[in-house]
Design a protein around this ligand. Structure first.
Ligand SMILES: Cc1ncc(COP(=O)(O)O)c(C=O)c1O
Length: 437
């Protein structure tokens, strides 16, 4: 057992759940064998606690590091911010510079508020929408974080949120009184959306959606929801925490020509430094002044400094073009490798958020074996690829050969019914569950 797994075992006795983010639990990838901790990360190179080197061809800081790890330009700006004092009694001017930049990128938006994590920024968006409308309920279509307002959608119906990213989200600790306050509808499903509007329109504060995630958006559906939001006088919110800055500089909604009243960003906007932003129309955002929304750490300097440097580099280097090209390349690599091995997979998704699954009921075990075999070959690899600017053609070429070899091993294992036997540990977890330490 490596140092990382040993440390993780200890972590589980000190930190409930072992990590701060479900998607960083080693059990989500390769129980007992995922390296778990890193000592250094640069570009797409990453070293574990035993100083073993891997190429990260997986999720790059859960989508946060869009330029690559320890990007020199962003880090230089951050170092300067630290040298000049990252926290003070006075405010940092970067907040204003970034607000202007975001409003330039999104001409429909006039005002900006900041937080430091995505879920927290979504809670701000909901508070602003409730303040602006004087209403209570929220309709959602997507994953929006861990806060009470969101998880309450599972109260009384444990499965309401299962279609969005993380199945099995528990309502433990969420007040029963919130039952019925957040209502889920399905993407492209006008019937489920219309039913919410018909029943709750007079008390609907916000309609919140991820404009696109697993696939390209349906502009018609987005336009329909936008039109209905306007008709019933509710605030239309796009959660761009994952989709933002992945297909273009700014929200993915810019590509579809459908503007919300509020959009929320985190993750890629600051290349892994903590920052989340809520941008919106003045008519809605200014209502935030009537509500107490305030936090000390939202005023530190590193987050906005990192975001300004990230966005400037993104624009200058046309990062979107590069990551779309490499991401499409990866979808092609998976498809060709599977075809050559005779393995049945579905590879799909936006090119910059690509993923695959194995056909049939052995998906989880095959996925785990894939991660295990790729780890042995020097990759952090999973069924998802969140491409970054640091991924180059040469990385893809190298990965292609190893992926082809691993897929053919998987095919043989499948034919010989040996998939489970070849796993060193247990299959990976899917969704939320309590860990047994
Ligand atoms: C669309 C979306 N909304 C909200 C969140 C929550 O953001 P955070 O993990 O920064 O709290 C995520 C995180 O994956 C997300 O993808």
């Amino acid at each position: 057992m490596g140092k990382g797994q040993k440390l993780y075992k200890k972590a589980k006795t000190l930190i409930p759940g072992g990590t701060q983010l479900l998607s960083k639990r080693p059990e989500m990838f390769l129980p007992d064998y995922w390296p778990a901790y890193y000592s250094k990360a640069k570009g797409i190179d990453i070293w574990d606690l035993d100083n073993k080197h891997y190429l990260d061809m997986s999720i790059m800081g859960v989508g946060a590091c869009i330029l690559g790890y320890a990007d020199p330009d962003v880090d230089q700006a951050v170092h300067k911010a630290i040298d000049n004092g990252s926290m003070a009694t006075l405010n940092c001017p970067e907040e204003v510079e970034l607000a202007e930049l975001l409003c330039q990128l999104h001409p429909w938006a006039d005002m900006v508020r900041y937080a430091r994590s995505g879920g927290e920024a979504m809670a701000i968006a909901v508070r602003i929408a409730r303040t602006a409308t004087g209403r209570n309920k929220v309709a959602i279509c997507g994953y929006h974080g861990w806060h009470d307002w969101y998880i309450s959608a599972n109260l009384g119906n444990n499965y309401s949120l299962d279609g969005y990213l993380i199945p099995g989200l528990s309502t433990a600790g969420v007040p029963q009184q919130l039952r019925g306050s957040t209502l889920a509808f399905s993407y492209q499903d006008r019937k489920s959306f219309d039913a919410i509007i018909a029943e709750h329109k007079d008390d609907l504060a916000a309609i919140i959606m991820e404009p696109a995630r697993g696939h390209e958006a349906s502009p018609e559906f987005l336009k329909y929801v936008q039109k209905e939001a306007k008709r019933v006088g509710t605030v239309f919110v796009f959660d761009e925490i994952t989709s933002g800055f992945r297909m273009c500089a700014g929200g993915i909604h810019l590509r579809y020509g459908v503007n919300p009243d509020i959009a929320v960003f985190a993750k890629a906007i600051s290349n892994g430094y903590p920052l989340a932003v809520v941008i919106g129309k003045r008519s809605v955002m200014d209502e935030a002044q009537r509500s107490f929304i305030s936090s000390t750490n939202w005023t530190e300097r590193i987050g906005p400094t990192a975001a300004i440097a990230t966005i400037k580099k993104y624009l200058q280097k046309r990062v979107d073009q590069h990551i779309i090209e490499v991401g499409n390349g990866m979808l092609g690599v998976w498809k060709v490798a599977a075809q050559e091995a005779g393995l049945k997979i579905h590879a799909h998704g936006l090119p910059t958020l690509g993923h695959f699954d194995f056909e049939g009921d052995n998906d989880l075990k095959l996925r785990t074996l894939f991660t295990q075999l790729m780890l042995e070959r020097g990759y952090l690899a999973w069924c998802q690829f969140k491409v970054s600017y640091a991924h180059q053609e040469e990385h893809l070429k190298k990965y292609k050969d190893d992926c082809a070899e691993v897929f053919s091993i998987l095919k043989k294992a499948q034919e010989q019914n040996r998939v489970e036997e070849m796993l060193k540990g247990t299959p990976s977890h899917q969704g939320f569950k309590r860990l047994v330490s």
